[in-house]
Design a binder for this molecule. Structure first.
Ligand SMILES: C[S@@+](CC[C@H](N)C(=O)[O-])C[C@H]1O[C@@H](n2cnc3c(N)ncnc32)[C@H](O)[C@@H]1O
Length: 223
């Protein structure tokens, strides 16, 4: 059983601290700020610009507090995007902790945050007609992925805390599910991760990170 505590980050938004790993779910410099910068600005928006009007297939590892999912839902509503959002999570966060998180209020979408969490696990759920959410209780290290994705949000715990999620084998497995032109995006900036991604033939970019973090990685599969 994971041991989790609610914390407040620098932008006022909450996050969780996993006290077993001594690792937070988001940057202490601002959870919402980090997720917006990394996954929405440098992931989702870039995918949308590449193929405007296309149904965007997003894969997230792992779901955690649902912050990336609700931010993607909000962006989809604002920009009229059609999104299929599949997210994997091995240890779903208990509802008693989710109900303490201030994301609904901070983002002005209590209903969206609630809908993301009330959606059943292991079922495809249409939250709105243009947004399908598929939360899967799956283990990335053991279970097989299916299908291809335009954007992969790689939001595992840091390599120093959960190195098994960052091996060449696991990175190859995940990135082999990118569609042509697809984007794999993470907050991490580790050199070995960049070298592994490049060895798969992906185009690797080092981008400015969110507050408190100099750099982050984006890898793209060429057409
Ligand atoms: C950094 S947190 C994710 C934060 C999340 N994206 C959010 O917005 O709150 C990493 C997540 O990966 C999950 N995880 C750890 N090992 C996993 C595995 N083998 N398969 C799937 N998920 C895993 C953890 O339980 C945790 O929720």
């Amino acid at each position: 059983m994971e041991s989790l505590q609610v914390i407040t980050t620098a932008d006022g938004s909450h996050s969780l601290l996993n006290t077993t790993l001594n690792e937070t779910y988001h940057s202490v410099h601002g959870a919402i700020r980090e997720s917006l910068h990394v996954f929405i600005d440098h992931g989702l928006r870039v995918a949308e610009q590449k193929q405007p009007g296309k149904n965007i297939r997003v894969l997230e590892l792992g779901f955690g507090t649902g912050l990336n999912a609700v931010l993607t839902l909000i962006e989809a509503k604002r920009q009229h995007l059609t999104v299929y959002y599949e997210t994997w999570e091995l240890h779903p966060v208990p509802g008693s902790l989710i109900s303490q998180l201030n994301y609904g209020n901070a983002l002005g979408d209590e209903q969206g945050f609630k809908a993301v969490h009330e959606a059943a696990w292991d079922n495809e759920v249409g939250l709105i007609p243009s947004f399908t959410l598929y939360k899967r209780r799956k283990d990335l290290l053991r279970d097989e992925l299916e299908g291809s994705f335009d954007v992969i949000y790689y939001d595992a715990f840091a390599p120093s805390k959960q190195p098994e999620m960052w091996t060449q084998e696991v990175l190859r497995k995940v990135t082999s599910h990118l569609s042509p032109g697809g984007i794999w995006i993470t907050y991490c900036a580790k050199g070995q991760v960049k070298r592994d991604l490049a060895s798969f033939g992906l185009t690797v970019e080092t981008l400015p990170g969110p507050p408190g973090k100099k750099e982050m990685i984006r890898a793209t599969l060429s057409h």
